[in-house]
Design a binder for this molecule. Structure first.
Ligand code: DLL
Length: 433
């Protein structure tokens, strides 16, 4: 099922809406956000300089640093009495990034989510268990409103209290699980510890996962563990929260809600816009926001776009799975390594679990990468020969893909820390004294 006709417009129709809304957004920020007014004036751009979608590239880019420097409300384009909701993302350093919504922004948000949950197969007959944390994080509240909009019965479970989550999921007969993929796998693991087979003893049929990267190998594990059809969705607080894009059941990339967001791909170093189909940094301009309408926001997420219509009937552009972030690429003695490449290799090997921890340290001038991997097959644990073979298999596969030789530590089952939200897979200790 397709939620909105807006998802099936011709390219010309989509572009017409985008141009109209872009012009309105540029006028809005020029008038109401001193930061953009100043930058546009410096570049000699006025709102009526925007005549076609190509003119987008003359507008200034926005970064998380701009939001931090204008903390908390400096980039808001409406007075505080128009704001009806705040969220924030914590980040690792400095001030959080604060985002605000007007009543209309919340309506648009619910509409964007209604589309992506419908794409993922959820409808009014579903009971949707939300295991994202409720709070300043946008994940839970965002999905919540859109799921209610399609008429699903929402269980606002939040994160943590894992055993109780499983009891509630079972007793309420949840059919859709909503959360981060890493926490969902932890839920499956705990359900098994409780003597349940999540694929048979729970009623789940679909899973909508997002908020962090996941590989195809992880999707396969989720599908198998719960007996579900898993799709993923993408978003970020600064742009709206979840709701920027989501996968349909054809699994050919995540459909972008293009009547609300214009996507570009840039070269992260030169900041040049790249031709269609090339891989680079995703830059998004929200074009229907009132409270926080950012221009050309640099997501730091690496992906590519496909504008061809999808077999599901939708015509909106699709973004490929996020390959990594411009800031999570590890450069190990000159070799570029993305944590997602390591995950893809590890999850394809039998006998080890889906939790791992990458540690990067420095020894003298040399970078050293170590990976803790959980052995989950108990048959392997008692045999040195089998463990040695497993070690060699992991080392060889990682070397083939990455071109480096990480130190591998095989650790006891369930000894690595589980996360209740977004998993932390990388500890980069190179700058620690
Ligand atoms: O994570 C919004 C969200 C919540 C999206 C729930 C989907 C579901 P932030 O906390 O601001 O917002 O984090 C945004 O998370 O730039 C990506 O690096 C990462 N991310 C989100 N979804 C995906 C995904 C929410 N499907 C940051 N694949 C983004 C890969 C993702 N990374």
């Amino acid at each position: 099922m397709i939620w909105s006709l807006k998802e099936t417009l011709s390219r010309e129709e989509i572009q017409e809406i985008q141009l109209k809304r872009l012009k309105k957004t540029v006028k809005h920020v020029y008038k109401n956000v001193p930061h953009y007014h100043k930058l546009m004036k410096e570049r000699g751009i006025k709102p009526d300089s925007i005549r076609s979608l190509k003119d987008l590239q003359h507008l200034p880019l926005t970064t998380k640093e701009d939001l931090r420097q204008n903390y908390p409300f400096g980039l808001f384009a409406v007075p505080k009495d128009k704001i009806v909701r705040y969220h924030a993302s914590s980040g690792t350093t400095g001030n959080p990034t604060v985002v605000g919504y007007t009543k209309k922004d919340l309506k648009v948000w619910a509409e964007c989510i209604a589309r992506l949950v419908t794409m993922g197969g959820v409808n009014k007959y579903d009971t949707a268990h939300i295991s994202f944390g409720y709070g300043l994080f946008t994940g839970a509240f965002g999905l919540h409103q859109g799921l209610e909009k399609v008429g699903a019965g929402v269980v606002p479970m939040s994160s943590g209290n894992t055993k109780k989550q499983i009891k509630i999921m079972k007793d309420f007969e949840a059919t859709a699980l909503i959360g981060t993929p890493s926490y969902a796998l932890h839920l499956a693991e705990v359900a098994q510890e409780m003597g349940l087979d999540p694929a048979h003893d729970l009623n789940l049929r679909v899973g909508l996962f997002g908020g962090e990267g996941s590989t195809e190998a992880m999707r396969a594990k989720l599908n198998e563990a719960f007996g579900i059809f898993a799709t993923e969705n993408y978003g970020m607080s600064e742009l709206i929260g979840p709701g920027v894009a989501g996968e349909c059941q054809a699994l050919r990339g995540m459909h972008i809600n293009e009547d609300h967001f214009i996507a570009e791909i840039i070269d992260p170093v030169t900041e040049e816009v790249l031709p269609e189909g090339e891989t680079g940094e995703l830059v998004i301009t929200p074009i229907s926001k009132q409270a926080l309408p950012l221009l050309r926001y640099r997501t730091k997420d690496i992906t590519r776009l496909d504008f061809s219509p999808c077999s599901c009937g939708r015509t909106t552009a699709r973004m490929a799975k996020i390959e990594g972030r411009t800031d999570d690429m590890l450069i190990i003695s000159g070799v570029n390594v993305f944590p997602s490449q390591i995950e893809e290799v590890l999850l394809g090997i039998d006998g080890i679990g889906s939790n791992y921890l990458i540690k990067v340290t420095k020894k003298g001038y040399l970078d050293k990468i170590e990976i803790d991997v959980e052995v989950v097959d108990h048959n392997l644990l008692d045999s040195v020969t089998k463990l040695d073979a497993l070690y060699k298999e992991i080392a060889a596969k990682l070397h083939t893909i990455l071109g480096i030789h990480p130190a591998i530590h095989l650790v006891e089952p369930k000894s690595l820390k589980r996360s209740e939200g977004k998993a932390q897979r990388v500890l980069d200790l190179r700058n620690e004294k």
